[in-house]
Design a protein around this ligand. Sequence first.
Ligand SMILES: C[S@@+](CC[C@H](N)C(=O)[O-])C[C@H]1O[C@@H](n2cnc3c(N)ncnc32)[C@H](O)[C@@H]1O
Length: 258
Amino acid sequence: MTNIRHGKIPDWYNKDSKYEEAINEDSPNSRTTNRTIEKILKKYKVKTVLDLTCGTGSQVFWLLKRGYQVTGSDISRGMLKIAEKKAKKEKINIKFLRGDMRTINVGKFDAAITIFNAIGHLTKAGFEKTMRNIHSNLHDGGIYIFDILNLSYAQDGDNIKKLSYEIIKTLGKTKIRTIQHSIINNEGILISYTTHYEQEDSGKLKTSKNVITLQLYTAKELKAMLVRNGFKVLGQYAIDGSKFSKKKTERIVTVAKK
Ligand SMILES: C[S@@+](CC[C@H](N)C(=O)[O-])C[C@H]1O[C@@H](n2cnc3c(N)ncnc32)[C@H](O)[C@@H]1O
């Protein structure tokens, strides 16, 4: 079960983008995350932001509404389609780009972000390539903010069980139930097994399953990688912006400067 290939572009974001949106959209988790990012951007007087893993636009719309100039890009057509639909519905004039965070070249920004464990989809080499690419999309002194599940937390005691969840959401007439449980292998890769159940009114029950892998990191390893790739680490925090704790922090937010 643990010899799963990690690092393939996750096709399920295309296939299952509506579930991702249903889980994530306007959730307390997503609001806490966005508030923390906004606080950091404010602290460093950022005006322009490149979101390289914008998905359905959770950070893009949040930041646009708060006066930032934001460009959103993502590799998944399915996620971008939902983001574009949302922009149209809210009459927000924004162009989304399709591209790979490891290679996309958009311009020069005050800040770049990759949020909600997005870099976990990459191999370690892929993430270092992304760091170098982000470096070239930033102004001198620009900052890079990202989050990732904390390997030290996930490996401690029974914490892996705390990463399991069940979410029930209603989208229009459709009820969606998502159940996920995870294991972690000895390379620090989290393997999550997800089942989505979908039913419209009393119609036929549809089931969809997927396996997602995420490379996790310790805070120390992230720092070493950033320094190796030309960044200075400004700080590491919990997702609510509080002080980072090696064993207690579930998701590490890292802020680095070019
Ligand atoms: C968990 S979602 C997070 C989306 C958004 N930031 C949010 O918080 O809702 C991760 C996103 O990373 C994108 N992604 C994964 N690999 C990528 C790559 N190599 N380049 C660009 N985007 C990628 C996926 O398509 C997906 O939209």
